[in-house]
Design a binder for this molecule. Structure first.
Ligand code: DHB
Length: 302
């Protein structure tokens, strides 16, 4: 028997697979289903202060090597969403509340509310690639990243993770800024800014024109980012981007991640992708006589 258990700050997970923010996470029922399919934890859809309808359709298109989407942060607002989190109590997997705001005051209010509803940790979205005034616009400024992280940390007791983007040149500096703001962990990466043009219509396919690209094609970029972040900070990292198989997960773990998030792979391998990825990790570990996942974290750093 191998031990897939992992720890991210004070958060204990029975296995390192976490549902990534943005799919199957808008209500308690779908998050429960994902936990029953083996996920070690789930992240909620990113929630803001007020309800938002999101962008007009088309918001999503399947491409040759992955999926492109620009939903526009649709969500019911934090007060409404509270009801869903409350229904998730007494589950045997932690709930990580994802929040987005345009300044530290908004992030603090959202974080406090998520905590009061029973979320076990927070994920601060500083990396949405296309929402004006949110996400990446904040996550590319080290001063803002540090300020928002430290203000949220002063206001809540649950662990605070900061989700960063690969769409920046100074990733190491930004990760350090989150660490200086006392983040309990870094999540990397978000979707990558991309575009699809319909050559017959001669227009971009997405109504928002620009979207975020996800799936297997972005995995090498995610692995590089996790590796780079691991060389710059001493806090735990959660790897995300293209994880589809156990081997993909192990790559992120060896780059320095303590856990991985899975999103787009649900589309390709169905809901029990979490169980499948765990089984594949276990098989590899058995074949290589590795008893504990923790032995592999950061193994690729010389
Ligand atoms: C959306 C996309 C993201 O990549 C993200 O981090 C948050 C929200 C969206 O389009 O809704």
């Amino acid at each position: 028997m191998v031990d897939l258990g992992t720890k991210i700050a004070s958060l204990k997970l029975k296995n390192p697979t976490i549902l990534a923010s943005g799919l199957m996470d808008e209500d308690a029922g779908s998050m429960k289903r994902i936990i029953n399919c083996g996920a070690g934890a789930v992240v909620t859809k990113s929630i803001g202060l007020k309800s938002r309808g999101g962008y007009a359709n088309p918001t999503i298109v399947e491409l040759e090597y992955g999926i492109l989407n620009a939903m526009g942060l649709p969500n019911p607002g934090i007060n409404e969403f509270g009801e869903e989190i409350k229904k998730l109590k007494r589950l045997n997997a932690p709930i990580i509340g994802s929040v987005f705001g345009s300044n530290s005051k908004e992030f603090v209010e959202l974080g406090k509310k998520m905590q009061s509803y029973g979320a076990n940790a927070l994920e601060l979205n500083m990396s949405c690639p296309h929402a004006k005034g949110y996400g990446l616009e904040i996550g590319s400024d080290p001063r803002l990243v540090k300020e928002i992280t430290s203000k949220v940390k002063e206001s809540v007791e649950i662990p605070v993770f900061v989700k960063l983007s690969s769409n920046i040149a100074n990733l190491g500096e930004i990760a350090k800024a989150a660490e200086k703001g006392n983040a309990d962990g870094i999540v990397a990466i978000n979707t990558i800014k991309a575009m699809k043009i319909d050559i017959e219509l001669r227009i971009p396919v997405l109504a928002n024109k620009i979207g975020g690209y996800s799936g297997k094609a972005i995995k090498p970029i995610g692995v590089r980012c996790v590796y780079e972040i691991a060389e710059n900070v001493d806090i735990p990292i959660i790897g995300v981007g293209g994880v589809t198989t156990g081997e993909d997960a192990l790559e992120y773990i060896m780059a320095g991640a303590s856990a991985v998030q899975i999103g787009t792979a649900i589309y390709y391998r169905e809901l029990d992708v979490f169980k499948k990825v765990c089984k594949e990790m276990e098989n590899w570990m058995n074949e290589h006589s590795v008893k504990k996942l923790s032995e592999l974290i950061g193994a690729a750093h010389l």
